[in-house]
Design a protein around this ligand. Structure first.
Ligand code: GLN
Length: 472
């Protein structure tokens, strides 16, 4: 994003030329990163940017941004990669989109995802999976895989994703880009299609931590239209980075447990040693309850999803079964045909854990363990400023791999889920490659509303490393 701004300001490049070039790259690209490209809208905004740029030095003017297709965009269809939303075009912009437009950014279109953001591969998308820019036979990760691929392929200057259980950080690590899951309540969810409302957050996906800071600063802040948005002062990120000297970084033993690919471990440990060389004081810590994270998440997230997705009944949004005899049959047919297998599995699991007799055993218990996980972090942050570990236990795997074993895919969320359960901000930044040349992501976590620390540390790390500059 800053690179695009420099092109306009320093080299005098015209935003219209830039956007035309990007649109041409998108047209000829074969990674299935976009569901919808708004060529006309993008060119119109580029023409406006051309004028705006004369009178304002806002670095966002004319900068091409891609938006995950579960974030509402006025007059651009929003599909959530689901057949049930066929024909749905929002009449309003999500707050994040409105904020970007107001700053003069160019919205290019909507990126691919797992259906309703449920998944880790984009293979549950109704248009088929996106392909990993580093190896088209592999997944870009998910659910914000289209956004991650678009950034890595330079099909946009930055993108928005959403993260309920890792959907920004995991694809960021698989595609070698930077991804931030902000503090719960710091970015408005107004206009984000709800998956699990107590976990969902929108965040930036970019090619550097500096760009992530720019994009985060543009979309964060209180929004009266989202009742979970927190009214408070938000600390700006210092784009010069953070002095890491004396910064206390906790490394949880629990993040280096069974199931972690040894090459990922090696790269992440190397990343941590770089932070140490920059002056950070690294120490081992424990987060004893995070091993229950996956179990807790797949109860809470499915429970909330089953309730949120009840609204797709063929009456208010999207598609409707055409030949039903009565109302119940219409509901049944619309939902049976409209949702894919993974979404149905989540709705059924969620309905089950909320049902009378099971609620106490599952949902209530999970909520209690969720509090224990949050207290683990409170204790950890009493003695360290940041926490570091892997973003994902593996690097990008083959498309369709594990497709018949959803549980093994759920288990890949082990390192990302805790931040969602505790509401914390977490960042994935490139920290190396495995022996096949696939990128590895290091995850940094901070206390609530300390994105300034997280991004500042990320900027300093990237000022001393080149992993984020390596292109597929
Ligand atoms: N992999 C997780 C899931 O399938 C993450 C989803 C997300 O963050 N949107 O639920």
């Amino acid at each position: 994003m800053l690179a695009t701004a420099r092109k306009y300001r320093k080299s005098g490049k015209s935003p219209v030329d830039e956007i035309e070039e990007i649109l041409e790259r998108i047209r000829t690209d074969t990674h299935n990163a976009f569901i919808t490209v708004d060529e006309q809208g993008a060119l119109e905004s580029a023409r406006q940017a051309e004028k705006l740029i004369e009178s304002s030095d806002d670095p966002l003017i004319g900068v091409p941004i891609a938006v995950k297709d579960n974030i509402c965009t006025k007059d651009i269809r929003t599909t959530c990669a689901s057949n049930i939303l066929t024909g749905f075009t929002p009449t309003y912009d999500a707050t994040v989109v409105e904020k970007l437009k107001r700053r003069g950014a160019v919205i290019l279109g909507k990126t691919n995802l797992d259906e309703f953001a449920m998944g880790s591969t984009t293979t549950t998308s109704n248009i088929g999976p996106s392909l990993n820019p580093w190896d088209p036979g592999r997944t870009p990760g998910g659910s914000s895989g289209g956004s991650a691929a678009a950034v890595a392929l330079n099909l946009c200057a930055g993108a928005l994703g959403s993260d309920t259980g890792g959907s920004i950080r995991m694809p960021a690590s698989f595609c070698g880009i930077t991804g931030l899951k902000p503090t719960y309540g710091s970015v408005s969810r107004y206009g984000l299609v709800a998956f699990a409302s107590s976990l969902d957050q929108i965040g930036p996906m970019t090619s550097s931590a500096r760009d992530a800071a720019l994009l985060f600063d543009a979309v964060k802040g209180h929004d009266p239209l989202d009742s979970t948005s927190v009214p408070q002062e938000y600390l700006p990120t210092d784009l010069d980075g953070l002095d890491l000297d004396g910064m206390r970084i906790g490394v949880p033993d629990d993040f280096f447990a069974e199931g972690l690919n040894p090459e990922v471990e090696q790269a992440v440990r190397f990343g941590i040693s770089i932070l140490e060389n920059l002056g950070a004081k690294v120490r081992r810590i424990r987060l004893p309850h995070i091993r229950y994270g996956v179990a807790v998440y797949y109860i809470i997230a499915t429970a909330e999803a089953s309730s949120n997705l009840a609204r797709y009944d063929g009456v208010r949004y999207g598609s409707r079964a055409p030949h039903a005899e009565d109302l119940v049959e219409m509901y049944l047919e619309t939902r049976s045909k409209g949702f894919g297998a993974e979404v149905k599995r989540r709705i059924m699991l969620g309905t089950y854990v909320l049902s009378a007799g099971y609620y106490e055993a599952y949902y209530k218990k999970a909520s209690e363990v969720r509090s224990l996980i949050a207290s683990d972090f409170d204790e950890a942050f009493a003695e360290c400023d940041l926490i570091a570990g892997p973003a994902s236990p593996v690097t990008a795997f083959g498309l369709g791999e594990m497709a018949d074993n959803p549980l093994s895919i759920y288990l890949l969320d082990i390192y990302t889920i805790p931040a969602n359960l505790a509401g914390l901000p977490a960042l994935s930044i490139p920290c190396g490659f495995d022996t096949e040349g696939l990128p590895v992501g290091m995850q940094l976590m901070a206390p609530c509303f300390r994105e300034d620390l997280l991004l500042g540390a990320g900027i300093s790390f990237q000022d001393h490393t080149k992993f984020h500059q390596v292109k597929p």
